[in-house]
Design a protein around this ligand. Structure first.
Ligand SMILES: NC(=O)c1ccc[n+]([C@@H]2O[C@H](COP(=O)([O-])OP(=O)(O)OC[C@H]3O[C@@H](n4cnc5c(N)ncnc54)[C@H](O)[C@@H]3O)[C@@H](O)[C@H]2O)c1
Length: 265
């Protein structure tokens, strides 16, 4: 299937590694010009260089999604380099402390042991990150009467996950955001959707998955059959479809890509 997005411009947040990076590679293979955002310039640059080496058009843009001015600046850079942003993928969603230490301070903690500092960190990144980035592109998309916003949420936001209470809350909020915005901007042919992974093997989760061992597979109906957990490519394929011309009649929806972990009607 031709996704019909060759020549479009995509900004993918938190894309220096993991799922975001794979989304960039998948969109690039469709002929999309890619702005790889990350908090860390070296990660963004390295991922963009990999795409250019494969013959694609890509730039790295460091910006902090929690900071509206930082993101507005990034959107300006992308617009000068490639033209206006057609596709925004809100992927940044796991807090990073430093490039060398991607701590998950509000994750893996019982709610009873959590505090305001941890909640703020989670809300800043997930809730304000999505608000900032979407706000920075929505007027342009509406004026041009074409746009795609795809947010990577989590099944934690659909069915809840112990030890991920504030994270579950923030991700659930992105669903409400997406549905409401989808209703506002449908008239401008802008679609707003979510992709909802469950456990996906990335640098952020590898250690935890290894510690859990085989028992984690039991939660995934397809896990036993395919003998694997979710891979970044599973999420990237879904995100690319929702970002495509072929998905123009789909908006305000949540697509779980999770090996059957949760089945929400
Ligand atoms: N990996 C999983 O099991 C899993 C499951 C469900 C949902 N998700 C969601 O998928 C998305 C990607 O997860 P991942 O596992 O690839 O994460 P990851 O930690 O491997 O990559 C995320 C990237 O985001 C960057 N980042 C962090 N804070 C940022 C900020 N303020 N501004 C810009 N960039 C920032 C990091 O530097 C990092 O390179 C997240 O939204 C996460 O919640 C992941």
């Amino acid at each position: 299937m031709d996704l019909g997005i060759e020549g479009r411009v995509a900004l993918v947040t938190g894309a220096g590694r993991g799922i975001g990076r794979e989304i960039c590679l998948t969109l690039a293979a469709e002929g999309v010009r890619i702005a790889v955002n990350d908090l860390f310039q070296d990660r963004a640059d390295e991922a963009a260089a990999e795409m250019r080496d494969e013959g694609h058009e890509a730039i790295g843009v460091a910006a902090d999604v929690t900071d509206f001015e930082s993101i507005r600046g990034a959107v300006e850079v992308v617009t000068k380099e490639f033209g206006a942003v057609d596709i925004l993928v809100n992927n940044a969603g796991i807090p990073a402390a430093t490039a060398g230490q991607d701590a998950l301070p509000s994750m893996g903690t019982l709610f009873a042991a959590s505090d305001r500092e941890q909640w703020d960190r989670t809300m800043e990144l997930i809730s304000y990150g999505v608000l900032n980035c979407s706000r920075a592109v929505i007027e342009g998309m509406s004026e041009r009467r074409w746009g795609r916003i795809v947010s990577i949420i989590s099944d934690a936001g659909r069915v809840g996950e112990p030890r991920l209470v504030p994270y579950s809350m923030a991700k659930a909020g992105v669903i409400g955001f997406s549905k409401a915005l989808a209703k506002e901007v449908g008239r401008f042919c802008v679609t707003v959707n979510c992709v909802s992974p469950a456990t996906t093997v990335t640098d952020a989760t590898r250690e935890w998955i290894e510690a859990e061992g085989e028992q984690i597979m039991r939660a995934y109906p397809l896990g036993r059959g395919l003998q694997r957990l979710g891979q970044p490519s599973d999420i990237a394929n879904a995100a690319a479809f929702l970002a495509s011309e072929r998905a123009e009649w789909i908006t305000g929806q949540v697509l779980s890509v999770n090996g059957g972990y949760s089945m929400v009607g």
